[in-house]
Write a protein of this length. Structure first.
Ligand code: 6GU
Length: 228
């Protein structure tokens, strides 16, 4: 898989992709991540990438030219399965979307700023508009990192057994159950007996019950009616 991210703040994205699982995925050549500075494509002398909104109002709008040129250049080099635009007015991102995107070959992600990008860019190039939740971030970069992380860890070979995605929260529409490690007794706070019992069937049952209980309490919206 290849992910191209278009941003005016490339430094913001360096950290998340240069550590831990996302870094290893690139070293193992399971994913290529390319970050493009939109400002490099600005055709004007001042290298400006934003301007006042037609019709007035507060906030700047990201201009069409630098972004269109960057997208056109990349599209000339390869086909893209999706061109995503990160925006708080997009469709809410979830695990199902992450699963689907993890099976694509080439994905482009455009990070918005200020009051957003010129609408004509969205009409002309964007195949999917994504929000990561009901709150507003200063820009799309952190959201792009979130979405990329959720996608990349699902690519076969990225995770090992210990970090397996199979037992994640949401993979079966249930939140994950509580987990414990040594010591079994910390200042009198004890690990549930069943986890020390060695009875795999009982442990599975306990984990399922706890996952269900946690989901009912915190995210009842995730449960189908027959499970409640
Ligand atoms: Cl994708 N971008 C911004 N700027 N804010 C957000 C978001 C995205 N998702 C939630 N809030």
């Amino acid at each position: 898989m290849r992910i191209d991210i278009l941003t005016i703040l490339p430094k913001l994205l360096e950290g998340p992709f240069n550590d831990s699982i996302l870094k290893r995925a690139q070293t193992k050549e399971l994913v290529e991540v390319h970050i493009h500075n939109i400002r490099d494509y600005a055709a004007n002398k001042q290298k400006s990438v934003d301007d006042y909104a037609f019709g007035g109002g507060a906030g700047m709008v990201m201009q069409i030219q630098p972004i269109a040129d960057c997208i056109e250049k990349l599209k000339g080099e390869r086909g893209y399965d999706e061109i995503l635009y990160m925006t708080p007015d997009g469709v809410r991102f979830n695990q199902k979307e992450a699963n689907q995107l993890s099976m694509k070959k080439n994905i482009m992600i455009l990070c918005g700023h200020y009051k957003g990008v010129d609408e004509r860019l969205r009409e002309q190039y964007i195949t999917k508009e994504i929000s990561i939740g009901d709150y507003v971030l200063s820009g799309g970069e952190l959201a792009a990192a979130v979405v990329s992380d959720a996608i990349i860890r699902l690519i076969p070979g990225v995770l090992n057994d210990e970090t397996s995605a199979l037992t994640d929260s949401f993979q079966d529409d249930l939140l994950a159950p509580p987990v414990y490690t040594r010591p079994a007794d910390f200042n009198g706070m004890k690990v549930p007996d069943v986890l020390l019992s060695g009875n795999l069937k009982e442990i599975e049952k306990w984990r399922y019950e706890k996952a269900l209980e946690r989901t009912k309490n915190r995210r009842p919206d995730l449960l189908d009616s027959e499970e409640i």
